[in-house]
Design a protein around this ligand. Structure first.
Ligand SMILES: Cc1cc2nc3c(=O)[nH]c(=O)nc-3n(C[C@H](O)[C@H](O)[C@H](O)COP(=O)(O)O)c2cc1C
Length: 336
């Protein structure tokens, strides 16, 4: 329940030094998802929320002549954070400077990614097992840029190594100005329930803002999580796949106590069309292949959605995708 106490606690902007964020609801970095096209859709409903790029490798940035497309931000999409990962403090500092030149309001460091390809090279969640390196990375990035530096991480490596409380204190001591805690271990991946109780313990242990992440799939989940953890905000992730409305819906509820009406099937499929056109314009044929999964995600909660999902997951052209979506709009029955 959104109590007056909770609403009052969250009413003030979040302050990271001189930088202010006017929303307590964040859109997480999602590799393969939170590109410029997706973020533009999220932004319509969530004008003041912090959005994140996909994670970008500092080693890649070091070796490339031009910035990777994943790092590109719109001139007017603030507040925006560019998320970086790596195990080399020097590369991270260099990448952070380039990210700020591109327009990043904050630099977020990924210390949570569980994917083997990343952890084997010493990045992502493997830093939970190398706290000295994690600390050195934060210090290098803080020294390199004059925007806030934040970290997104997990509870620990596995159930026998839940190290987040000491880890969080160490990162804060190194100069991190905000932490996002995904309430799962590396070993859990994305399975099992997020353990918000641990996020509450981190909140008690540090003085910098703590953002809770994991299983925020609805307005009610966000309110429960904020109440249980005492966190300063929530970050939405898988709940936004095919549903770029979620961050704005939660933000609106926390600010006003009113629920926005759920978007109709037609609205969702119309946004899917825009998403497809955006990906085609921005990435060409690669964008069409990337659009397949997005379009399938938009098809949920109506009669025959499964059939549309299968058909949309095979599109080859923008015209083919648009024709299917138009047919779906013309023929589906909204169950509400
Ligand atoms: C497809 C996908 C891509 C992800 N990419 C990133 C990423 O680039 N950076 C990051 O910090 N976390 C990434 N994550 C983790 C999410 O941001 C989030 O921490 C996790 O999904 C837990 O939240 P949820 O239970 O609400 O989904 C990714 C997760 C998924 C499912």
């Amino acid at each position: 329940m959104l109590t007056p106490e909770l609403q009052a606690r969250l009413a003030a902007p979040l302050t990271l030094g001189p930088f202010k964020i006017h929303s307590r609801v964040f859109q997480s970095p999602l590799s393969g998802v939170t590109d410029l096209v997706f973020r533009r859709l999220v932004r319509r409903y969530a004008p003041t929320s912090m959005l994140y790029t996909e994670m970008v490798s500092a080693t890649e940035i070091h070796h490339l002549r031009n910035l990777p497309q994943m790092m590109r931000v719109d001139p007017h999409e603030q507040p925006i954070s560019i998320q970086l990962f790596d195990c080399r403090p020097d590369f991270m500092g260099e990448a952070a400077r380039k990210a700020v030149a591109e327009g990043a309001d904050t630099i977020d460091i990924n210390m949570g990614c569980p994917v083997n390809k990343i952890t084997k090279r010493g990045g992502g969640s493997s830093l939970l097992r190398q706290p000295e390196v994690a600390e050195a990375i934060v210090k290098a990035v803080v020294a390199a840029v004059d925007v806030p530096v934040t970290v997104k991480t997990r509870l620990g490596w596995d159930d026998d190594e839940i190290t987040i409380v000491e880890f969080a204190q160490r990162l804060a001591g190194a100069g991190a100005q905000m932490l996002t805690i995904h309430g799962r271990t590396r070993q859990q991946g994305y399975t099992g329930a997020a353990r918000w109780d641990w996020i509450g313990r981190v909140k008690q242990a540090v003085t910098i803002p703590v953002i809770a992440n994991g299983d925020i799939f609805s307005v009610d989940a966000a309110v429960d999580c904020l109440t249980q953890t005492g966190a300063d905000g929530v970050m939405c992730s898988r709940g936004t796949l095919g549903y770029p409305f979620l961050v704005g819906e939660i933000d609106h509820f926390l600010k006003t106590g009113e629920r926005l009406p759920e978007p109709s099937v037609v609205t969702r499929l119309t946004w899917a069309k825009e998403h497809l056109i955006g990906l085609w314009d921005y990435k060409g044929q690669r964008g069409i292949y990337q659009a397949r999964k997005h379009l399938a995600w938009y098809c949920k909660g109506f009669v025959g959605a499964g059939v549309w999902r299968d058909r949309l997951a095979q599109i080859e052209t923008v015209e083919g995708g648009l024709a299917l979506l138009e047919e779906a709009i013309a023929t589906t029955i909204d169950p509400r």
